[in-house]
Design a protein around this ligand. Structure first.
Ligand SMILES: [Ca+2]
Length: 571
């Protein structure tokens, strides 16, 4: 155990820790600080002499003997629950009262504003240099603060105080996201909230009842996929005697969050809109590669053959979803969550509709590999370098998951003034999807109603899956997205475990050239790709596009993302 002797930690706790370290740690090299005169002299004698203080262990939710004030700022969302007592203000939040009771941490807001005004107000604080002790920031702000040397070191506070739960969450992706929060000399400058990047993995959703009607199997190759799309467009898969269906759901943005072309591109080994490691280890822009040209040629061919909706370039996600619900399309690339929306609505509208989920087909003998982003990063917990209690920030992060435990279910309610929307930092649980999946399937196989689920959402999912097994169709969406072995998450984790994925390499904030020219380059990309697919530009326009893209800022962006990549290598 190494003991920090720098500024700020010379408190009662520190002294307690030093004494503990001196007592319990026989590794002589690691405890010179225990006898460091600076350490003992900088702590007020009256406090350090207190026996109760000396017994303070480094506990994730350990209570300070004296109140510790933490300044923060808040953009307060309107609470979702109508049960929150009217007139309650953020400083009266039940979570803050409980935090004080449990840890003696007293949050004081320098200011609070409605959520919509936060960014503007916070910019003013940054400009004036008047920053609070603990902050919950986005990645752009994090990088800016890091650059400006504003951030305090959380390395030891994390090591000594992070709860087993928080540590488990941080280690879930092998520490990859947390490593992005480190300074070049390895100091931890932020605690990230992130979700499982595999949630972005692309699979293929197909109407199995239509497959049966046209006499085909679920496609395993691109050629088979094309046959299915052709049959869905031309062979009356819904058997109503009308030519009223098309082959593949596709919305106007090729790179979106659903019903877009990502899965099609990935099937063909093309990764436009992403930076992926090239043959020489450097990152390359997927939109400039020959695989993307090939995929665009295929899409143009599908369009020409009538496998795509003629109107696809004018349809947003809502229009495409309308088509799915109306039974006009039975094939869509997408993520694990589709059954929960909108496929459940398709079934509501047509009880015969039966959806299955399969991995991306292979192409030219190569398995389809979905892109998985390097990170799905949310907010980041940081402390001001002038803040003397960085461990208090870690305790505050430990506190929220603690409050989600069963024993607090009846206490931490909106009616009691507990407003989760106002409590920061709220680090999200990246393991929830996978843990729930594993535990629910264990419980289902053992038919064990007494199973101790780690998450409340796991218990709920188990109940829902049982209802579905007993014939409740309304429970299909939740069950088939999150629990079924052949459903959304079931197939996603199968693909994950098979290793048939490609990781994007860049997960930094927008680079300077991206900020300046990214939007116009994106417009160039979208317009060119759309024209090629619609046949109003030839596929060979692609070569000219690549030249233009690079000249108009793309080359600078590639250089910048590689600069970031060198500093943030993938393990
Ligand atoms: Ca028809």
């Amino acid at each position: 155990m190494r003991i920090k002797t720098g500024s700020g930690l010379m408190t009662v706790l520190m002294v307690a820790a030093l004494m503990l370290a001196a007592c319990s740690n026989s590794n002589g090299s690691s405890s010179p600080s225990a006898s460091n005169p600076e350490a003992s002299s900088s702590a007020p004698a009256s406090e350090s002499a207190s026996p109760s203080a000396a017994e303070q262990p480094k506990e994730p939710l350990g209570k300070y003997p004296e109140p510790v004030t933490v300044s923060m700022v808040l953009g307060a969302r309107t609470p979702e629950s109508k049960d929150v007592p009217s007139g309650l203000t953020p400083d009266q939040n039940g979570y803050l009262k409980k935090l004080k009771e449990m840890t003696n941490i007293e949050v004081k807001y320098a200011w609070t504003v409605p959520y919509e005004q936060f960014t503007q107000k916070f910019k003013l604080s940054i400009a004036s240099g008047d920053l609070p002790d603990v902050m919950w920031v986005d990645q752009v702000t994090f990088e800016q603060f890091k650059e400006q040397g504003i951030l305090g070191d959380l390395t030891e506070a994390y090591r000594d105080y992070a709860s087993p739960t928080i540590k488990k969450w941080m280690e879930f992706d092998g520490g990859a996201t947390m490593n992005m929060m480190k300074s070049e000399d390895g100091k931890l400058l932020g605690l990230p909230s992130y979700s499982d990047a595999n949630q972005s993995l692309q699979t293929l959703w197909i109407r199995a009842d239509w497959l049966k009607n046209v006499g085909l199997e679920a496609p395993r190759t691109f050629e088979e996929l094309e046959k299915v799309a052709d049959a869905f467009a031309h062979n009356d898969p819904d058997q109503d005697g009308q030519q009223d269906t098309y082959g593949l759901a596709l919305m106007k943005s090729l790179n979106f969050w659903g019903f877009d072309a990502r899965g099609f591109f990935y099937t063909l080994g093309a990764y436009p809109y992403n930076f992926i490691p090239g043959a020489d280890g450097k990152l390359v822009a997927g939109e400039t590669l020959p695989e993307t040209k090939d995929a665009l040629a295929k899409l143009a061919d599908w369009y020409k053959k009538g496998l795509l909706d003629k109107e696809w370039a004018f349809k947003d996600e809502n229009k495409v979803v309308e088509d799915m619900i109306a039974g006009k399309v039975g094939l869509s690339f997408g993520e694990w969550w589709y059954p929960n929306w909108p496929l459940n609505l398709v079934k509501d509208n047509d009880p015969k509709a039966e959806w299955i989920n399969v991995p991306l087909p292979s192409y030219n003998g190569n398995p389809g590999k979905s892109l998985v982003p390097r990170a799905r990063l949310g907010k980041i917990l940081v402390v001001n370098k002038n803040f003397v209690h960085p461990e208090a920030a870690i305790k505050m992060a430990n506190f929220y998951p603690e409050m989600t435990k069963k024993e607090y279910n009846d206490v931490a309610t909106p009616a009691n003034g507990y407003v989760y929307e106002w409590y920061e930092p709220r680090v999200s649980n990246p393991t929830e999807m996978e843990t729930n999946y594993i535990q629910v399937n264990e419980a289902l196989k053992a038919n064990n109603d007494g199973y101790e689920f780690e998450n409340g959402s796991g218990a709920l999912l188990y109940e829902t899956a049982k209802k579905y097994a007993n014939g409740d169709q309304a429970s299909w969406g939740l069950t088939f997205s999150r629990a079924s072995e052949d459903g959304g998450w079931g197939i996603t984790r199968q693909v994950r475990d098979s290793g048939q994925i490609v990781r994007s390499g860049f997960a930094g904030p927008p680079t300077p050239t991206q900020v300046e020219k990214g939007a116009s380059l994106l417009k160039l990309t979208d317009e060119t790709f759309t024209k090629i697919i619609m046949g109003s530009a030839s596929v060979d326009e692609f070569d000219k596009y690549v030249e233009d893209w690079k000249k108009l800022g793309g080359n600078d962006i590639i250089a910048e993302v590689n600069d970031w990549y060198v500093k943030n290598p993938m393990k």
